[in-house]
Ligand binder design. Structure first.
Ligand code: SF4
Length: 360
């Protein structure tokens, strides 16, 4: 795939755009004023692969708490501001790595100029965040509804307010809860500018719906080379957003490494309670630090062949499980007990993972 060429911005040492990898972002759901809880969550997010996080700045208390948070955070912290330019200025002074704001709704050019001045002084990029829910009435009327053209024009106006202040350290996002509108909008945006794009489907829902909508919206764009940083929005723990983002990137070969888990869909030949077995195995291995393809298959007759790419696999039989590597049988686990089989298989996965790590 050919990446859409964008300029690069530097978010406190993490580059976005240009030839940087697609960066994974999430957003804290702690009260930003609670410094300890916010930092604890940031460390958890970092541990599971988050590269940039964002915190809500609804008031001065939150903007001031940023000072301690940014001093100790292991990853860049973006300040999310709505409407009040003073919160943006205070956040920038307190170490925010980037300011997310819509310059179109903070009260005029003087206020935009003040935010830009403080960000320029400190080398802080601004993400212009446009949301389909807050698209200007006039644009909605002009285009006959909230559509890609209306949203892109809204973003262009907001970006121009910054450019008028001679500021181009910009990332753009245009969020919608519709994957189709998201795809349409970012395609249009990418054809019009070379600013890095922050891609996501907003208010995507809970895990089940949200991951599907995000995979379709974000995944389609990434497959076309559009998108420099992504956030999966889920009504769930933010670490789940990070795991989902990693899965989307891995599915497109935009991220390598880690466990690639496959399991068969089950059929009339299935010899074991595969749904339970696969779920238990996945839970125990998915975050192991090995670069391995692991398969869990429902029968010993077809399983090893169907998953012949796997570095290590388990196939269900009668009162026993077959172990296989690259399609070839390499052992058996003699038990009918699922939990025993899972534990033994996980040990085998770790052994193969260690072996492969040493070989490199
Ligand atoms: S591996 Fe066996 S059980 Fe699973 S889908 Fe294929 S034939 Fe069916």
């Amino acid at each position: 795939m050919t990446r859409h060429v964008t300029r690069q911005v530097n978010i406190k040492g993490v580059t976005v755009g240009g030839n940087s990898p697609v960066r994974i972002q999430s957003m804290n759901n702690t009260k930003t004023g609670d410094v300890k809880a916010t930092l604890d969550q940031i460390f958890k997010l970092r541990d599971c692969g988050c590269e940039i996080t964002r915190v809500a700045i609804p008031d001065m208390e939150a903007a001031q708490a940023l000072k301690e948070i940014t001093a100790d955070s292991p990853i860049p912290v973006v300040a999310d501001i709505h409407f009040d330019y003073r919160l943006a200025v205070e956040s920038a002074r307190n170490g925010a790595a980037k300011i997310r704001i819509n310059p179109g709704n903070i009260g005029g050019p003087d206020r935009v100029a003040e935010v830009v001045r403080v960000c320029k002084e400190r080398g802080i990029p601004i993400r212009v965040g446009v949301n389909s829910g807050s698209c200007e009435r006039e644009l909605v009327d002009k285009y006959g509804g909230v559509c890609a053209q209306a949203l892109c024009e809204s973003a262009r106006r907001a970006v121009k307010l910054l450019e008028d202040q001679d500021f181009e350290d910009i990332v753009i996002s245009i969020k919608s809860s519709s994957p189709v509108l998201t795809i349409d909008t970012y395609r249009t945006l990418a054809s019009e500018c070379d600013y890095p794009l922050h891609v996501g489907v907003t208010e995507a829902g809970t895990m089940k719906e949200g991951i599907v909508k995000s995979a379709v919206g974000i995944g389609t764009l990434l497959a076309e080379g559009i998108g420099d940083t992504i956030r999966v929005s889920l009504t769930d723990d933010p670490t789940e957003e990070v795991y989902a983002a990693i899965s989307i990137l891995k599915a497109l070969n935009l991220k390598t490494g880690g466990i690639d888990f496959v399991s068969c869909p089950t059929c009339g030949r299935t010899k074991v309670p595969l749904i339970e077995l696969a779920g238990k195995v996945e839970e125990k291995i998915s975050r192991l630090p090995y670069d391995l393809k692991v398969a869990v298959m429902g029968c010993a007759v077809n399983g090893p062949g169907e998953a012949r790419e796997a570095d290590i696999g388990l196939a269900g039989g009668v009162d026993e499980f077959l172990l296989f590597r690259k399609g070839e049988t390499c052992g058996k686990i003699r038990t009918a007990n699922i939990d025993e089989a899972v534990d033994e298989f996980v040990r085998e996965v770790i052994r193969v993972g260690e072996e492969k790590s040493k070989a490199y």
